[in-house]
Design a protein around this ligand. Sequence first.
Ligand SMILES: NC(=O)c1ccc[n+]([C@@H]2O[C@H](COP(=O)([O-])OP(=O)(O)OC[C@H]3O[C@@H](n4cnc5c(N)ncnc54)[C@H](OP(=O)(O)O)[C@@H]3O)[C@@H](O)[C@H]2O)c1
Length: 245
Amino acid sequence: MRIVVIGAASAIAEHCCRLWVARETCDLVLVARDAAKAGRVAEDLRVRSPASTIAVVEADFLDAAAIGRLAAETAARPIDIVLIAHGVLPEQSLCEDDLLVCRDTLEVNAVSPALFAEAFAGHFARAGRGTIAIIGSVAGDRGRKANYTYGACKGLVARYAEGLEHRFAGTGVSVVLIKPGPTDTPMAAAHRASGRRLASVEQVARAMVRGIDAKRPVVYAPAQWALIMFVVRHLPRFVFNRLNL
Ligand SMILES: NC(=O)c1ccc[n+]([C@@H]2O[C@H](COP(=O)([O-])OP(=O)(O)OC[C@H]3O[C@@H](n4cnc5c(N)ncnc54)[C@H](OP(=O)(O)O)[C@@H]3O)[C@@H](O)[C@H]2O)c1
């Protein structure tokens, strides 16, 4: 199986890679902004699966032309899955106080994943096959004061994935949008410090890999978030706006 992982130093992405190499020999391309960090992930995966081929590529995640070139180079050989995993979660108050932080958050979490998805979509369309797996978030299901800049980005990612899914309906190309709930990774360090309950990264990665295998259009991870977010989405405004979320 040939898999390209965008944002490969992410804890969730790394754990997906561990699951993939544990079950079969893989050809992995790990794309990250910091090759040294992704290199450490690659070293660990090589120990777990000496027969797998693991390459590291450093990239600028905000450079549309570079993203296009990277997709073209990696798609020169058939790709089974591209997993788009990068993201950043600043304090909401920083986005409110500093428009540069707000812009960076919007670019990294929304524009960049959409560009990667679009770049690979063109190659998958020509090949007639491949799975685009992209990590959104439960935060994208409804805007709320605690994280609406990040949440809006994930909302864009969800709508983009939905459009791609429609574009590729009836073809050999699949689109899988993963919506994790709060998960114990470096991104959620502040949640952990405040004592919030977090899913383990292993549990979330297992749900993701299962969902990607099944080519499910939307995967909540862990699954109970589907029900929780159904309720949250349907709360009437006069109730929702009184909640401290
Ligand atoms: N953890 C959660 O609670 C949670 C919940 C819902 C959704 N998610 C989503 O899950 C995905 C994976 O996150 P994670 O939990 O695995 O967090 P993580 O371990 O902190 O990984 C985030 C990754 O994004 C990369 N990144 C951040 N800014 C970047 C930039 N400007 N250019 C390139 N790469 C950048 C980071 O690169 P460096 O390693 O170089 O810093 C890091 O590898 C993200 O899309 C996140 O939004 C996470």
